[in-house]
Design a protein around this ligand. Structure first.
Ligand code: AMP
Ligand code: ZN
Ligand code: FE
Ligand code: FE
Length: 289
């Protein structure tokens, strides 16, 4: 590793809602000068083997996933959807295999229902055709429907599809049954993995948790918080960094790259080497490649 290693700990491939195959993802990361990359598809490890097999010399790979979770807000209102990054867990851990499988099924049914609602309103989307395009094991997500809407000429971009039709709380929105975040943290730790709260203050997407929730999750076994993320304001980054310092949590940075489904390039935000070392020191479920 060079003294200014470029470390990006949150990226998506076609195993979920990114547009680069796992092999293309590691190739693109190497070309972008990334030294350490984490592959973190939603609710699946299906991209791990292909990414590992295609790993270019000079690029290290952390295998991980982004877990769809639900959390109290800390305000006493209804629970909110949150994302938990899990790194280097045992991919054969029984509870994780079962929960990821359940969530992928849930995701397919839910995307089908969203597409049905839109079709009923006259939008040119075919729920069965949409899902038939997604190989088994792929995590279906709203970006897949967003792309179908772009292809059908309904909107010009994936972002416009989210802004006008697919946003949280839209008439077409259908929730999915996510994992209680405390359960996910315990499950990841039991599988030798390292849990990091993904973009905790991504307010653009809707309601977010109060800092008190992060205090509670630290007590349950949370190891870090993603601070430098494209959806975080400078003020929220400062707030999170302060909180992490008080709680002894690691602070990561990452692009949340989704290929052409988003505009953020690889390594747009990065993690420092000392944080990576501390993270690796806690992982026992799968080695860094
Ligand atoms: P889902 O997993 O089906 O709930 O869809 C959420 C995913 O859509 C997240 O992974 C986001 O990265 C992605 N997403 C959310 N908002 C947007 C947006 N405005 N443009 C592109 N992708 C988005
Ligand atoms: Zn995504
Ligand atoms: Fe996320
Ligand atoms: Fe993500």
């Amino acid at each position: 590793m060079t003294s200014a290693a470029r470390i990006d700990l949150h990226t998506h491939s076609t195993a979920s809602d990114g547009t680069d195959s796992p092999a293309e993802l590691v190739t693109a990361a190497h070309a972008a000068g990334v030294d350490v990359l984490a592959i973190t598809d939603h609710d699946t490890t299906a991209g791990w083997d292909e990414a590992a097999a295609a790993l270019p010399d000079g690029l290290r790979l952390l295998r991980g996933a982004e877990f769809s979770c639900v959390s109290p807000t800390g305000r006493g209102d209804r629970d909110v959807s949150v994302h938990l990054l899990g790194y280097l867990f045992d991919p054969e851990h029984e509870a994780i295999v079962a929960e990821q499988s359940r969530l992928r099924t849930e995701r397919r049914h839910r995307l089908h229902r969203i597409a049905e609602k839109m079709a009923a309103d006259g939008y040119p989307v075919d729920p069965d055709g949409l899902l038939a395009l997604l190989p088994a094991g792929t995590s279906a997500g709203r970006p897949h429907l967003a792309r179908a809407l772009v292809t059908a000429g309904v909107v010009d971009t994936v972002n416009e599809a989210f802004a006008t039709l697919l946003y949280n709380g839209s008439p077409y929105y259908v929730p999915k049954a996510d994992t209680p975040v405390e359960t996910a943290i315990r499950m990841l730790r039991a599988a030798g993995g390292v849990p990091v709260f993904a973009h905790p203050f991504a307010r653009r997407r809707g309601r977010v948790v109060e800092p008190s929730v992060i205090v509670d999750l630290a007590a349950v076994g949370l190891v870090g918080v993603e601070v430098d993320h494209p959806d975080h304001s400078p003020e929220d980054r400062d707030l999170l960094r302060g909180l992490a310092g008080d709680l002894g949590l690691l602070t990561t940075g990452s692009s949340d790259y989704h290929g052409t489904n988003k505009t953020t390039p690889l390594a747009a935000e990065r993690t420092t080497e000392d944080v990576l070392e501390a993270l690796l020191a806690q992982a026992t479920g799968a080695p860094l490649l």
